[in-house]
Design a protein around this ligand. Structure first.
Ligand SMILES: [Zn+2]
Length: 322
């Protein structure tokens, strides 16, 4: 018997954030930004060189939480406050606590590394309204910036507590009211997809792991997936979006089996269903119900047997489920 494990997602179980490399980024600059060593980033990403390219997604191990758009202590526009994320708190919880939208929260913190994996203690700027916070570069042309975003100089001055829109200093954080953080949202969406490639198909007790298992009486076999116990009829969801490649009775002990092929040709298998609710060729999105827990095929009680195949080989699903 295996000890029961709770499968509730553990916030902050991974002590790193994902950071999409932008044009002009270097590992050194990212390391400095997050207060970690270059070596720590190289190790976390199993990189042999410091060469990175825009679009690469880097794991950045946290030593301490970093702030939103600015280092702590930077002067912030009027009406903004700093907020420290609490244990287990999500961005949407913070947004609803302050009665603002996620988009407004991202606009005030366009440099955050993740929508879902900010660590406890992370410092967020809470804006008084929707808009975009930008850091002025030394040679910023404020008028061009205002023109680009269709903001009047008076509105800009008011939103930033300035006597004149030209009353600015290099490196100052300014608030562009009403501007959508389009770029940040697109980047964070990509990060979210990379972070959440697979989700748990079912929450329940993990009763058997991937790997060799002893069947007693001197016999053993290799368990190609994990078993998650749950009552018969509990809905099981697609761990990731994809196309159904098999849906129905399997002669190989899987009972009622669903297989889903994903964009990178990996496949997830879901076995022993009491009922199957998808058919071959159907596209299913991540999190949608594909069948119900059962005990069909070679099974000793209601559970989901879940396999993950990459390059035609079953690998340990716990490597990708978090
Ligand atoms: Zn199994």
């Amino acid at each position: 018997m295996f000890a029961a494990l709770s499968l509730a997602p553990v916030a902050g179980a991974e002590a790193y954030a994902l950071r999409t490399v932008r044009a002009g980024d270097s590992i050194g600059a990212i390391a400095e930004r997050y207060g970690v060593t270059v070596e720590a980033i190289l190790n976390a990403n199993e990189l042999a060189t410091t060469v990175i390219r825009p679009g690469d997604v880097l794991k950045v191990p946290y030593v301490e939480a970093v702030g939103g758009p600015a280092e702590l202590g930077a002067k912030i526009p009027p009406g903004f406050v700093w907020y420290t994320m609490r244990q287990g708190e999500t961005l949407s919880a913070v947004a609803s606590r302050f009665g603002i939208s996620i988009t407004a929260l991202v606009g005030a913190n366009p440099d955050i590394s993740s929508l879902d994996r900010l660590p406890t203690g992370f410092e967020l700027l809470i804006p008084p309204s929707a808009g975009l916070v930008v850091r002025l570069a030394g040679e910023s042309d404020v008028l061009a910036l205002l023109e680009e975003h269709d903001i009047s100089p008076a509105e800009f001055a008011r939103a930033n507590g300035l006597r004149s829109p030209f009353d600015i200093t290099p490196d100052m954080l300014v608030f562009l009211p009403g501007v959508q953080p389009t770029e940040a949202l697109a980047r964070l969406q990509k990060v979210r997809e990379a972070e959440n490639r697979f989700v748990w198909p079912l929450h329940g007790r993990l009763t058997s792991y991937y790997g060799p298992r002893n069947l007693g009486m001197g016999t053993s076999s290799f368990h190609r997936g994990i078993d998650i116990a749950a009552p018969t009829g509990t809905p099981v969801v697609a761990a990731r979006s994809g196309t159904v490649t098999y849906a129905g009775w399997s002669t190989q002990g899987y009972g009622n089996l669903v297989r889903i092929r994903h964009a990178d040709d990996s496949e997830t298998w879901y076995a022993h269903f009491s009922s199957v609710s998808v058919s071959v060729g159907q596209y299913v999105s991540q999190g949608s119900v594909i069948g119900r827990v059962g005990s069909t095929g070679l099974s000793t009680g209601p559970h989901l047997h879940f396999e993950l195949h990459e390059r035609g080989r079953a690998i340990d699903p716990l490597h990708v489920l978090r």
